[in-house]
Write a protein that binds this ligand. Structure first.
Ligand code: ATP
Length: 439
């Protein structure tokens, strides 16, 4: 068995798509050998070099490594958009199958999904394992290629995407896809098939807008259901199609962490309490801050634990304008609510992908009203409570009143139109609380 890993063949302006190159390699391999599966692996979404979704590809085949290398190299050389100097294709080919991926190659894949890696780290691992490799440009694509190889060992959770490709002469022209058939097919197979459309925005999210070869990509948990949805869509002719196993919709990028230790370029699941009310800023982006829930204890010089009155750790969170109606949920948050927030930390701000409301503040303190006349009382002076000037009634302090909340305990998420490829839709389940899925 052999694994072919490849990455970085496409360009933002010029099109192409590494899934297409992998499909072409698989087609060539199939003329002489078996291809058992294709993997579409989403790596760290925070990586600056990505063209769009930071995808890397792997092909599992029983072809011998030399022949597979020759075929894959031919495909990369002819199809990669190397005229764009930001396209740095990489190819890595193993002489072992998916059941024998070495531990360090699995770890490399895990790091590529959650961290930032250097080209030399890929190079030294490729050399140490004696893998065949090829690259153009600076060879950065070998990071993704090696990660795609290791992913089968690193990851436990896999979903499916069934991609249909356009006839090459149509690439770059607008796609002819019947919207109604997309919405009907999506409805039919939901929730086994998800993120096909955004019903509220009226958007067929499975149809890309970029100049590349993809007509549509159908994602889900059931390989037959994704294929059925693709088949039910009326459109221009489909030139070819391919099913990929993927880590899309799995949250493989998130790590557990604490607010104090969180760092830029990593993605987290973090607990905290709202300490500043949501504020909508220019551009429609909504910001609020949370504070760590932990006891702020420190050690004094004798080593005894003691509470210190230091500033607790604080983190700004943002629901950006493209997250649309998710911002309405975020605007409902109140100071004191207890949350778990998920997303990427970038320049000190957590870009929200989803959040769990753990505990809602149910009351608020307000200036008391006079029981005689019903008017709001006034302060009677510092620490002297409140009084009604007209009736002479008094109250010792603020009164606690119920707070109307238009939010429930449980998980809320950005809508399908704003979903990151790797982020897990709530409808997939497995969350530690009630869910409020968007579709
Ligand atoms: P598309 O979604 O259109 O296929 P892309 O978004 O996948 O494009 P690439 O063109 O593949 O983007 O570029 C990503 C580059 O970043 C690749 O060269 C890949 O090897 C590299 N890369 C991926 N993950 C990491 C990482 N964790 N650390 C450093 N480099 C990475």
């Amino acid at each position: 068995m052999t694994i072919v890993g490849l990455d970085d063949t496409d360009s933002r302006e010029r099109g192409m798509c590494t899934t297409y190159v992998a499909t072409r390699i698989a087609d060539r391999l199939r003329t002489e050998n078996e291809v058992s599966r294709l993997l579409l692996v989403r790596l760290n979404p925070a990586v600056e070099y990505k063209t769009r979704g930071n995808a890397a590809l792997a092909v599992h085949t029983d072809c011998d490594a030399d022949r597979a290398f020759e075929i894959a190299r031919g495909a990369l050389e002819s199809l990669s958009e190397t005229a764009d100097d930001r396209t740095n294709p990489g190819l890595v080919v193993t002489d072992h199958g998916p059941a024998s991926i070495p531990h360090p190659v699995g770890s490399f894949a895990r790091d590529a999904i959650r961290d930032h890696l250097e080209i030399d780290e890929a190079e030294s691992l490729i050399d140490a394992r004696g893998y065949r490799s090829w690259h153009a440009g600076n060879g950065r694509g070998r990071i993704g290629a090696l990660a795609a190889i290791g992913s089968w060992r690193a990851l436990e959770e896999w979903t499916d995407e069934y991609i249909s490709y356009r006839e090459p002469e149509r690439w770059g022209t607008s796609r002819e896809v019947d919207r109604e058939s997309v919405f009907a097919a999506a409805e039919e197979e939901y929730p086994d098939v998800w993120d096909t459309v955004d019903r509220v925005e009226g958007e067929a999210v499975c149809v890309p807008h970029t100049p590349g070869p993809i007509l549509h990509g159908i994602r889900g948990d059931d390989p037959e259901a994704v294929e059925r949805v693709a088949a039910a869509i009326d459109s221009e002719p489909v030139a070819s199609s391919q099913r990929f196993r993927t880590n899309q919709g799995t949250d493989a990028h998130l790590r557990e962490g604490t607010i104090s230790a969180a760092r830029d370029g990593w993605s987290y699941r973090l607990d905290g309490r709202v300490v500043s009310a949501p504020e909508t800023r220019r551009g429609g982006h909504v910001f609020f801050a949370i504070e760590s829930l932990e006891d702020h204890a420190d050690r004094d010089t004798d080593g005894d634990r003691r509470a210190v009155e230091s500033e607790p750790d604080r983190l700004e969170c943002a629901a950006f304008e493209p997250t649309k109606r998710f911002r309405d949920r975020v605007r409902e948050l109140r100071v004191g609510d207890r949350l778990t927030v998920c997303g990427e930390l970038a320049r000190g701000t957590l870009k929200l992908e989803k959040l769990a409301v753990r505990d809602l503040v149910e009351t608020e303190l307000v200036t008391p009203t006079c029981l005689e006349c019903g008017r709001t009382m006034e302060s009677a002076g510092s620490d002297q409570g409140y009084r009604c000037r007209d009736c002479g009634t008094t109250a010792p302090g603020k009164s606690e009143v119920p707070l109307e909340r238009d939010l429930e305990v449980g998980w809320y998420e950005v809508p399908p139109c704003a979903r990151r490829h790797i982020a897990k839709p709530l409808v997939r389940g497995g969350f530690d609380g009630p869910i409020h899925p968007e579709r």
